[in-house]
Ligand binder design. Structure first.
Ligand code: IPE
Ligand code: IPE
Ligand code: MG
Length: 249
C-alpha cells in the first residue's frame, strides 16, 4: 500500500530544461563548449537515475528552434556532441532497455544527425523501459503549427469551414510528434530562469514546475530526487476545487 502510494506520486513524465551550461563554464573561466560537454555527462547520470526510479518518460530539451541564433561554432559543437553521444551510448540505452525518441522539427537538422537519430530510434524501438524523448530543434510554437499542418494535410477533402469545425484538442494532440506520450507531470528547469523558453507549450498546460538555481552541469541525482519529492508533495487540481477541510471553508 505504501509502495503503491509512493508510485502514485511519482511523475510518469518528466521534462527537463537543461540550462546553464554556458554560465557554468564562464564561472570557471573556461569555454562554453566545455559546459556543454559537462552537461552531457549530467544528462547521462540523470537518465540512469530516472530509469532506476521508474520514470516512464523523460523529455530532455537539448536544442531549441531559437538556439540557431548562437555562434555557428557553438551550434556545430552541440550537434557533434549529440551525434557522438548517440553513437557511443547506444549500448547504454540498450542495456537499460531505454527507448530513444525525438521531438522537434527533424527537417531542420543536418542529414548526419537525422541518420544518427533514426539509428537510435530504430535500434531501441522495441524496448519497454523508460522512453527518452530528445527535444532537438524543438520549439513549442513550431510543434503546434506542425501538428495543425498535419491535421489539415490529412483532411484535404474537407472544406475550410469543415476542417475548422473538426479541429479540436483531441485532433491537435493526435497530430503532435509523439501523440502516445502523455503530458509531462513535472518540468525541471536548471539555472534559475522562470520561463518556458518555448518548451512543451501545449503539453505542459498543467505540468508542475521545479526551478533550481543550480547550473545543469552541477545538477546531481540528489537534486533530481529533491525535484521528485517536491512534486510528490503538491496537490494537482487541474482547475478543480482545492481539497480543503470543512473548517477552512
Ligand atoms: C543550455 O545551456 C544548453 C543549450 C541551450 C543548448 P546554455 O548554453 O543555454 O547555458 P547558459 O544559459 O548560457 O548559461
Ligand atoms: C532553453 O535554454 C533551451 C535548452 C535548454 C535547450 P535557453 O538558454 O535557450 O533559453 P533562454 O534563451 O535563456 O530563454
Ligand atoms: Mg541558456
Amino acid at each position: 500500500m505504501e509502495n503503491e502510494k509512493a508510485s502514485e506520486k511519482l511523475p510518469r513524465h518528466v521534462g527537463i530544461i537543461m540550462d546553464g551550461n554556458g554560465r557554468w563554464a564562464a564561472r570557471k573561466g573556461i569555454m562554453r563548449t566545455n559546459g556543454h560537454t559537462e552537461g552531457l555527462k549530467t544528462a547521462r547520470r540523470i537518465v540512469e537515475a530516472a530509469s532506476l526510479r521508474g520514470i516512464s518518460y523523460l523529455t530532455l530539451f537539448v536544442f531549441s528552434t531559437e538556439n540557431w541564433k548562437r555562434a555557428a561554432q557553438e551550434v556545430d559543437f552541440i550537434m557533434s556532441l549529440v551525434k557522438q553521444h548517440l553513437t557511443r551510448e547506444l549500448d547504454f540505452y540498450r542495456e537499460n532497455h531505454i527507448r530513444i525518441r525525438h521531438t522537434g522539427d527533424i527537417t531542420g537538422l543536418a542529414p548526419d544527425i537525422i541518420a544518427e537519430i533514426d539509428e537510435a530510434r530504430c535500434g531501441t524501438k522495441d524496448f519497454d523501459g523508460m522512453q527518452v524523448i530528445l527535444a532537438l530543434n524543438y520549439g513549442g510554437r513550431n510543434a503546434i503549427i506542425r501538428a495543425a499542418q498535419r491535421f489539415l494535410r490529412q483532411s484535404p477533402a474537407m472544406s475550410c469551414g469543415a476542417a475548422a469545425e473538426a479541429l479540436n484538442e483531441d485532433e491537435l494532440r493526435r497530430n503532435l510528434d509523439n501523440p502516445d506520450v502523455p503530458d509531462p507531470d513535472l518540468i525541471i528547469r536548471t539555472a534559475g530562469e522562470f520561463r518556458t523558453s518555448n518548451f512543451l507549450l501545449w503539453e505542459a498546460a498543467y505540468a508542475e514546475y521545479f526551478i533550481t538555481d543550480k547550473f545543469w552541469p552541477d545538477f546531481s541525482v540528489e537534486d533530481f530526487d529533491a525535484a521528485l519529492a517536491s512534486y510528490a508533495a503538491r496537490e494537482r487540481r487541474f482547475g478543480a476545487n482545492a481539497k480543503i477541510g470543512p473548517a477552512k471553508r
